[in-house]
Design a protein around this ligand. Structure first.
Ligand code: NAG
Ligand code: NAG
Ligand code: NAG
Ligand code: NAG
Ligand code: NAG
Ligand code: NAG
Length: 525
């Protein structure tokens, strides 16, 4: 069965003159794209009705509609070649669409057909771009888009860009996203609602909230999707107050919120730990008859957990007919946070199909409660259950080792990380530095510190405190100075480290200077 491209309703589309005039895109990498073909279209759009009456009635195409497998497809394709039907744009686009979007899709083969087609129409390009955007390797969609521009035969349209922008959003390709945005402007597709919303979504996903807000404000089309993108974007960036302000604005403009809006505002309440407001939104959901979708129920549960209303969270959880890993993990994290470790642990066992996420949550819960032995025991249990650990698991286990001062286990985990080919990212590296320092091998801690590909302020804090702990007061202070030089901002823990170094080393005057120096810097800010 053929899947019709993008089942987007077009009724809401209103094309008005565009007002948003962007700065010219001056990225040097823009030349990666061959943009010559972005000049206004020379060809007239195809009128499917008249040009293709005979083609549409062709029995081979009806066969294609009922095609079940790639081998059948190849037979139809050879028939199409023999009868010359293949040279018809409409017919070949149907063939390509089957290849790209059907259940037995084969994108490599699709690509081949596309390249062997004389002048693939924009529909053909779009279906393959869509196929890739839904594949395991969505980046290929961008590659194909570049080929489409280079080919020059057909101009990208308002179907092409939402697909591409979605890929950029998903992979946070902010640079490519900006380039694509430039093309959207040049083609004048900016006033298309779907393109416009996809732009906002892309910018929000790339954490470019300022730009997203600007696009939103200056755009002439705006619907609930635009508002939702903006609200959820602000929450995801930790700006709950701003998200709620936008929600108020939206209400004032007379837009009725839906489930997605509610996820945004309820998550804002969770971030602010504002139970009163959270309850208000819960009531609003019920009064407006919005359906309690799984993601919405999950965010309500999370809100109640964060606001320490465990009963309300449990009631929602019990009433959920379809629980996801997120639902279970939310409950585990919540119970562990308030010290109900046994309940959390029991929930972990009850999950029908678990992946690494709830295990990590439980290990993290034990570590936070300083139950380090239980954390390590759970890690062994997890391995026995054939769940592959990830970097987060390793951070949890290393913290447990630091707490226990268990150097031998820590060394074992370090080897294990290397053997499993897990990456020593900033979090894992910092946990290793901390573990070696707390377990007394400061030499090794320093080695890991300097071997890491990147360090953040937590890494520096770990080494400074580690040096202080191991009695290297002067070195700790020189590392502190170096940290400031790299432009990183120390936190309270860093200062505690420096202060304890100063106390150990009898460097009280030094300590006073550092603390006072910091005060002055603060005042200047
Ligand atoms: C195509 O055909 C349908 C009915 O078959 C008709 O409603 C529509 O107006 C036609 N479109 C064009 C562009 O001729
Ligand atoms: C795409 O643009 C065309 C022409 O401007 C318009 O008729 C069509 O409704 C648009 N489609 C979508 C999905 O926005
Ligand atoms: C990207 O897409 C994949 C697959 O659809 C999804 O699992 C993942 O959560 C998405 N990531 C983001 C950041 O949207
Ligand atoms: C993309 O994001 C990175 C880091 O988030 C930032 O340094 C860079 O300036 C951004 N690029 C563009 C074109 O906005
Ligand atoms: C549980 O769900 C049903 C509908 O699925 C609903 O009518 C009922 O009010 C819910 N109970 C609670 C406590 O949320
Ligand atoms: C610290 O680790 C290094 C490298 O693994 C090792 O050579 C050294 O003996 C260790 N020192 C102590 C005190 O354990």
């Amino acid at each position: 069965m053929l899947i019709i491209l993008l089942s987007i309703s077009m009724s809401t589309l209103r094309v008005r003159p565009q007002r948003f005039v962007p700065k010219p895109v001056s990225d040097p990498l823009l030349s990666l794209f061959h943009t010559r073909s972005l000049s206004p279209h020379k060809h007239k759009p195809i009128n499917w009705n008249t040009t293709h009456k005979s083609v549409q009635a062709n029995p081979l195409l009806s066969l294609l509609e009922t095609c079940k497998s790639m081998s059948q497809l190849k037979q139809i394709q050879s028939q199409m070649i023999l009868t010359g039907l293949i040279s018809d744009g409409f017919a070949s686009s149907r063939l390509i669409a089957f290849c790209a979007l059907s259940e037995s899709r084969n994108l490599d083969y699709c690509n081949k057909i596309l390249y062997n087609t004389q002048n693939p129409n924009v529909f053909s390009w779009n279906v393959v771009i869509r196929g890739y955007s839904e594949s395991e390797n969505p980046r290929e969609a961008v590659v194909l888009y570049k080929k489409m521009l280079r080919n020059g035969g057909s101009r990208p349209d308002n179907y092409t860009y939402p697909l591409l922008l979605k890929v950029c959003a998903n992979l946070t390709l902010n640079f490519t996203g900006r380039e694509v945005l430039g093309h959207v402007m040049r083609l004048g597709l900016y006033s298309d609602m779907f393109v416009h919303n996809a732009v906002i979504h892309m910018l929000v996903s790339c954490r470019e909230l300022h730009a997203a807000r600007k696009v939103f404000d200056e755009g002439c089309v705006r619907d609930l999707v635009s508002w939702n993108s903006l609200i959820n974007g602000y929450v995801r960036s930790g700006l709950a107050c701003e998200a709620l302000r936008i929600y108020q604005e939206m209400e004032l403009k007379g837009f009725k919120p839906d489930e997605v809006t509610m996820i945004g505002v309820v998550s804002s309440c969770a971030q602010l730990e504002d139970l009163r407001l959270g309850r208000k939104f819960h009531r609003l959901i019920e009064e407006n008859g919005l359906s309690l979708t799984v993601p919405l129920a999950n965010s309500l549960m999370d809100m109640y957990m964060k606001c320490e209303n465990l009963e309300a969270a449990q009631a929602l959880f019990d009433n959920m007919s379809k629980k996801t890993i997120v639902s279970w993990t939310t409950m585990i994290v919540g119970y562990a946070k308030y010290g109900f470790l046994e309940i959390a642990h029991r929930l972990l066992y009850e999950i029908p199909e678990k992946n690494v996420v709830p295990w990590n949550a439980m290990i993290g819960g034990y570590v936070q409660a300083k139950h380090s032995k239980e954390a390590l025991a759970l890690f062994h249990e997890m391995q026995a259950s054939n769940i592959n650990p990830d970097e987060i698991t390793m951070v949890g286990c290393l913290c447990a080792c630091s707490q226990l001062g268990a150097l031998d286990v820590g060394i074992w985990i370090h080897h294990y990380i290397e053997k499993q080919g897990l990456s020593i990212n900033v979090a894992v590296g910092t946990a290793l530095v901390d573990m070696y320092a707390k377990c007394g091998n400061i030499t090794k801690a320093l080695k890991v510190f300097w071997d890491m590909p990147g360090r953040n302020s937590f890494t520096w804090t770990a080494i400074i405190c580690g040096l202080a702990l191991n009695g290297h007061a002067h070195v700790a202070i020189s590392y502190f100075a170096e940290m400031i030089n790299t432009g990183l901002v120390p936190d309270e823990i860093t200062f505690l480290g420096v202060l304890s170094a100063c106390c150990h080393g009898g460097l009280v005057e030094d300590g006073r200077n550092h603390i006072c120096g910091r005060r002055q810097r603060r005042h200047k800010l």
